[in-house]
Design a protein around this ligand. Structure first.
Ligand SMILES: Cc1cc2nc3c(=O)[nH]c(=O)nc-3n(C[C@H](O)[C@H](O)[C@H](O)COP(=O)(O)O)c2cc1C
Length: 278
């Protein structure tokens, strides 16, 4: 990367086929720079993040769009030391335990159902969409929180790992029916600069008028090669099963990752929370 603070340089580095420079001239430096420079942070200084700052970031995150203004997302700030210790024990990761702040972003379809009770109206949408809308709302709030936090120099890392233990997390945080964890989020002041993670080229993921993937294999092969040149994987996943590959890249890593069953019980957990997923 020629200039690490330049938005276009960062986007060119990440995608390989960045949008034209003239478009970036319109950028609002703070937001665009934050997005272009985004990187997840897994190493934190011990310095605390003030409660007022966290609350302000939560306010910014919850200012994000919400499906039909239903506001079906909540943030749980884990302050209690015992609760935090129990979550850390579930997550079994030193860098997570070392993060000054742990949040849990939740989808919440309970409030909507409460409103129906209070307003004495039938709830006519007991199907997959009820779960989906709340999950999307929570994801949008999570991404917005990350953007707000990173724009002032904080580091964050989302944690779907929290859903590996959805029932235990739900019990520890007292999540009632129709409230479910979407992702955790570690927050703190970065101890290391980290690096921009490369993405698939925009030609593979931005489509004009219609979806097309005729060139997808070529895009993925080229991305694998570009990424292996810039950010080779330090370890090959599951080499005991699949051996050491001389061309180990992103697609090999992701294919190996998803040979393993993950969170197959999550649907059961969500159904137990009351959702009808038909
Ligand atoms: C919904 C979601 C869940 C994630 N869960 C985890 C996780 O459990 N553990 C982890 O180390 N990173 C997790 N991440 C971070 C991703 O690994 C990271 O975003 C990805 O590798 C791209 O890197 P970047 O964020 O630095 O661009 C998660 C990200 C998202 C959006």
């Amino acid at each position: 990367m020629s200039d690490p603070t330049d938005i276009l340089d960062a986007l060119a580095h990440r995608f390989g086929d960045a949008p034209p420079r003239e478009a970036a001239d319109r950028a609002s430096a703070s937001v665009w720079q934050t997005l272009a420079q985004h990187r997840s942070c897994r190493s934190y200084k011990p310095d605390p993040v003030g409660a007022d700052l966290l609350r302000t970031l939560a306010a910014l995150a919850l200012s994000a769009p919400s499906k039909s203004d239903l506001q079906q997302r909540d943030i749980v700030v884990v302050e209690n030391a015992e609760t935090r210790a129990r979550l850390d024990a579930l997550l079994r990761s030193d860098w997570i335990a070392g993060a000054p702040v742990l949040l849990v972003f939740c989808g919440n379809n309970r409030r909507q159902r409460q409103i129906h009770d209070w307003r004495e109206k039938p709830f006519a949408n007991d199907h997959l969409d009820a779960f989906f809308n709340a999950a999307v709302d929570a994801g949008i709030a999570l991404a917005t929180f990350v953007m707000a936090a990173e724009s002032i120099g904080l580091g964050c890392c989302p944690l779907s790992a929290i859903r590996n233990h959805a029932a235990e997390v739900g019990a520890l945080l007292d999540l009632p029916d129709w409230v479910f964890p979407v992702a955790g989020l570690t927050v703190g002041w970065p101890a290391a600069e980290g690096e921009i993670s490369l993405r698939l080229p925009l030609d593979a993921t931005v489509h004009i008028d219609r979806y097309g993937d005729d060139e997808m294999r070529a895009h993925v092969d080229a991305y694998d090669a570009r990424r292996a040149g810039v950010q080779p994987y330090a370890h090959q996943r599951k080499s005991g099963d699949y051996g050491e590959s001389p061309n180990y890249g992103w697609s090999e890593d992701k294919a190996r990752q998803y040979t393993e069953v993950q969170r197959a019980d999550f649907g059961t957990f969500i159904r137990r929370k009351g959702f009808d997923l038909t």
